[in-house]
Design a protein around this ligand. Structure first.
Ligand SMILES: [Zn+2]
Ligand SMILES: [Zn+2]
Ligand SMILES: [Zn+2]
Ligand SMILES: [Zn+2]
Ligand SMILES: [Zn+2]
Length: 300
């Protein structure tokens, strides 16, 4: 993947030196601004990959869908943690969805036909339930039909949050080799709560080295490895892509030299004080860039 280079601090210094004298060197502003723009666009594109699972082809930049759902690896907590896939139709579900589906349209637990009645529910197969008893039963059951395909699925078992976080840190992407849902490393095994897959961790690790996620571009036919792509994008990856996204959106709309200077300054201020972020945009060590940005901040 060919990425835009980081911007050299010397150019940025010249910009601020001119600004201090009340001058706006528009050529320089354009140069620095578009360099920052290229870099920001790449940072935003890489963030999109981790958000949407669509990887730009290194040859033609067409977006190629990963087979692994990136949201399963997002560490932002909440309901993501409890998502799982139907092993039959791969619909992404929460167990709650399965319950709510039956609350709205009760079905027979045995033959899965729609039930008739309101206070008393009955099935064409002869089974009957009191409505309240039926819903109590829905709550307690560990096997319910998938709301999308109607086939029976088992309630997934999740590790406690702490365990999940700990495992994520040591190994952020554990994918069930059978159903591609999120799997866990427990007691020396890899275990998938969705499809019941279980294997010794050691064996799983060995098989993993042979496997590699291969992506193929439908547009140009180029085939590439996700692992290699990820490595090439490592220097562009951040958990805070917002300043980059904002710059990409606003920079092309700047019509005057003054507006351009304001936009560049706004980006640099957003990077200021966020130690690890600035070196993604500007050449140099975090400490040196910070010093430079300190100077600019005192200038304004
Ligand atoms: Zn029935
Ligand atoms: Zn399904
Ligand atoms: Zn473990
Ligand atoms: Zn599985
Ligand atoms: Zn391509």
């Amino acid at each position: 993947m060919k990425w835009s280079p980081r911007v050299k601090p010397i150019k940025i210094r010249r910009l601020y030196r001119a600004a201090r004298l009340g001058l706006h060197d528009d050529d320089l502003l354009q140069t620095v601004g578009w360099e920052l723009y290229g870099r920001c666009a790449d940072i935003a594109a890489v963030a999109d990959v981790y958000r949407d699972g669509l990887v730009p082809c290194p040859q033609c930049r067409t977006k190629v869908k990963r087979r692994i759902d990136p949201l399963f690896h997002a560490s932002d907590g909440g309901t993501h943690e409890n998502w799982f896939h139907c092993p039959h139709c791969t619909a992404r579900l929460l167990w709650r969805d399965c319950r709510e589906f039956l609350r709205e349209s009760p079905r027979c637990f045995d033959c899965h036909n729609l039930l008739s009645g309101t206070e008393e529910l009955w099935c064409s197969c002869g089974k009957r339930w009191d409505r309240k008893a039926y819903h109590r039963s829905v709550k307690a059951r560990v096997r319910l039909p998938c709301p999308r395909c109607g086939l029976m699925i088992r309630k997934p078992v999740f590790e406690s949050k702490e365990q999940v976080v700990r495992h994520r840190r040591s190994r952020p992407e554990i994918e069930c080799p059978k159903c591609q849902a999120v799997a866990f490393h427990v007691h020396g095994n890899i275990e998938c709560a969705v499809c019941g897959y279980k294997r010794r961790w050691r064996d799983y690790r060995k098989s993993l080295k042979k496997r590699d996620e291969r992506l193929e571009c439908a547009s140009c036919g180029h085939s590439f490895r996700w692992q290699a792509w990820r490595k090439s994008a490592r220097s562009l990856r951040t958990g805070n892509p917002r300043p980059a996204r904002e710059f990409v959106e606003r920079w092309p709309k700047c019509r005057t030299a003054k507006a351009r200077m304001i936009q560049i300054d706004r980006l640099l201020q957003a990077l200021h004080g966020r130690g690890a972020l600035a070196p993604l945009f500007i050449v140099g060590a975090a400490r040196n860039i910070r010093q430079m940005l300190d100077e600019f901040a005192s200038q304004i």
